[in-house]
Write a protein that binds this ligand. Structure first.
Ligand SMILES: [Zn+2]
Length: 132
């Protein structure tokens, strides 16, 4: 499993689950039962759009395995929690070149999240995407 934070994102929907018992709670990663009511849950592809809830910079290499350093060696990367439209929060690597500074990252900014390989990846939305 590749977890290189700089590998390109693959446009794959996040596979979560949704409660079938009426409370309609969404979970990620997918679970067989609802985390709120304990009822049955069914697979659901999440919208992948949300806002950055919080974030930090990973400044040292994560534990390996499962982390695999890229061929050029570890470099710090931004990591955050995205609150999706469904209300669930997902940890994701932020696709931001932090060597150019951290000014482009702000809590509450709209992002899109894709499953990709390994951990999900979040990309800031362009102004055009925010309008749609
Ligand atoms: Zn439920």
């Amino acid at each position: 499993m590749a977890t290189d934070p700089r590998s390109p994102a693959v446009a794959v929907g996040l596979q979560g689950s949704r409660c079938r018992s009426g409370c309609a709670v969404t979970a990620y990663p997918a679970e067989d039962t609802c985390p709120r009511c304990g009822g049955p849950a069914e697979p659901a592809v999440l919208t992948g759009t949300g806002t950055l809830w919080t974030w930090t910079v990973q400044r040292y290499a994560p534990k390996s395995p499962p982390y695999q350093a890229p061929p050029g060696g570890f470099e710090p990367f931004a990591l955050g929690y995205v609150e999706l439209a469904e209300g669930v929060r997902v940890a994701a690597v932020l696709e931001a070149d932090i060597r150019e500074g951290l000014d482009g990252i702000r809590i509450g900014m709209p992002v899109t999240v894709t499953a990709g390989h390994g951990v999900p990846r979040a990309r800031p939305m362009t102004p055009g995407e925010e309008d749609s």
